[in-house]
Design a protein. Structure first.
Length: 524
């Protein structure tokens, strides 16, 4: 729905006044519900919570109104309130599968047991809703993993894959579950088993290839592509995959040859491969020219960091305009005392249950939590979230003026929502590789617990580094800045900026990190 098709805030206030004047008629209730649904369709739940609460008070609780209230609270990221609303709605209607799914998802995000709730929702679905049933099953498997029952999650996925070998997401989830459970040697075993049954399914071959490429097992990736071509024949999808292997794990000659052979291929993925290859080859001007158009498309946040590198190599002033490190990297000290941080650290350690990080994560020598940790229901995390968002508001208030073409400065600043949040626990010699956060707007890290100086090692051991390019690109660019971690310190920076951490000698480095959402268009 277009923003201009949703009711304005004035319309919502008028509806609330009408609800308060007299007992609501069925026609008014229907009108209010329709306008609320229209506003929810543009992801603005905060605006309709007061109206929904008035509707429930004046017209009585209905499953529909309570379900909408749950969705409004979810959009406002008030998940405890959302959970209460969904639970109340389910007491009035225990047969609605989509309501059951929303309640299960909310439980999962709050950190509550949710596997059985997802399975129940799947059982409620009528025939013909296979895609939703499989999504519920996948969520149930991931919930079992988070509940300490990785074998139970594995069993759910394997049972379904035996019946549905073409279920791509099931293979991906199973692979990730096995990987983080410490079973790396068998993490992709379901792919060849399934391909024996459906050998011509190109998408399944590519999913298997991606599982190898993600862990940079280039020999395995090439073998899978050879077998895929033998089974399915040549095609642009497999050529794009070969380009990725050549540019990331091949020789310069192989990369050059594949770039020529795939010159006609289009798409953000192949463009990114070429940009990275050009940077490796020292062809910064060509890399910049290729990356720049991508900064106005759907993958803009993927291309901006590479454009930054190219501009810096060229001595282009636009690198300073883009990154502005002296203006856009900031540290704040939050108001949590030592006792609160120690309690928070104890909770976080309890949540680090995985054997190893997911393959796509930047963590080396430690673990990262799943789900969005700042949306969980524990009081310590909710208090931390309030403090963190206060720090973000302070950071946003101090940003330079609006700049329509800028990935940080050109966006709406009056809605601060969490896009993702997690905790990283590193052990001695652990670090984060240089990376960016392409789904974020503003990123931040809060230091909960650090080793004492004698364990950390000499500076800059354990520090966060900004602006240093990924080492595999081989670029001679110094970092913009290195910031010392301190317990209670919050560091904020643009999500498009390259950042990583330095290894440290010994002990535990425990942080909470998060991204802020990129803002949707205004409704009114």
């Amino acid at each position: 729905m277009r923003p201009d098709a949703a009711p304005s805030s004035d319309t919502l206030r008028e509806l609330q006044r009408r609800l308060g004047r007299a007992p609501p008629t069925p026609a008014l209730v229907a009108e209010v519900l329709a306008q609320i649904q229209a506003r929810l369709a543009v992801d603005d739940g905060e605006a309709v919570v007061p109206l929904l609460e008035t509707l429930v008070k004046r017209a009585g609780a209905s499953a529909e109104a309570l379900s909408l209230l749950g969705h409004a609270h979810r959009q406002a990221q008030s998940l405890t309130a959302a959970g209460r609303a969904f639970a109340a709605a389910r007491r009035l209607d225990g047969t609605d599968p989509m309501l059951a799914l929303a309640a299960a998802q909310t439980r999962y995000q709050l950190g509550l047991p949710a596997a059985e709730a997802f399975l129940e929702a799947g059982r409620l679905l009528p025939p013909g809703r296979e895609e939703i049933r499989l999504a519920a099953l996948s969520n149930a498997a991931q919930a079992r993993l988070s509940e300490g029952d990785a074998p139970g999650g594995e069993a759910l996925l394997r049972a379904e894959l035996a019946k549905r070998p073409d279920w791509l997401e099931g293979h991906r989830v199973l692979s990730r579950l096995l990987w983080v459970s410490g079973r790396a040697g068998e993490h992709d075993a379901s792919f060849p088993t399934a391909l024996a049954a459906v050998p011509g399914l190109r998408s399944l071959w590519l999913a298997w290839f991606q599982s190898a490429a993600q862990i940079r097992d280039w020999d395995r990736a090439r073998e899978i592509l050879d077998r895929a071509e033998a089974a399915c024949g040549h095609g642009p999808d497999l050529m794009a995959a070969r380009l990725f292997v050549a540019t990331e794990g091949g020789t310069p000659d192989e990369a050059g040859r594949l770039m020529q052979e795939t010159a006609e291929l289009q798409g953000d993925g192949v463009t990114l491969c070429r940009v990275r290859a050009l940077l490796r080859q020292g062809r910064a001007a060509e890399a910049a020219a290729m990356a720049l158009p991508g900064t106005t498309g759907p993958s803009a946040m993927t291309f901006w960091p590479y454009l930054s590198l190219a501009w810096r190599l060229l001595g282009d002033d636009r690198a300073e305009w883009l990154d502005g490190p002296t203006r856009m990297i900031r540290t704040l000290d939050l108001g949590l005392d030592r006792r609160e941080r120690e309690g928070l650290a104890d909770l976080l350690r309890h949540l680090h249950t995985l054997e190893r990080p997911y393959a796509e994560q930047s963590v080396r020598g430690g673990t990262q939590t799943d789900r969005s940790i700042l949306l969980r229901g524990e009081p310590q995390l909710q208090r931390l979230r309030r403090h963190l968002l206060e720090g973000v508001a302070d950071y946003v208030a101090g940003l330079p003026a609006m700049d329509a073409g800028h990935p940080l400065l050109g966006l709406r600043r009056d809605r601060l929502r969490i896009a993702g949040s997690w905790s990283v626990r590193l052990a001695g010699q652990g670090y984060n590789v240089a990376h960016t956060h392409p789904v974020g707007w503003i990123s931040a890290v809060y230091y909960v617990s650090l080793p004492p100086p004698e364990q950390m090692g000499p500076a800059p051991a354990g520090w966060i580094t900004f602006g240093a390019p990924p080492p595999e690109l081989g670029l001679s660019l110094d970092p913009y800045a290195q910031v010392e971690p301190r317990p209670g310190r919050l560091v904020l920076f643009p999500s498009h900026m390259w950042h990583g951490t330095q290894p440290f000698s010994d002990g535990e480095r425990l942080v909470v990190a998060f991204d802020l959402q990129r803002h949707p268009a205004r409704v009114d």
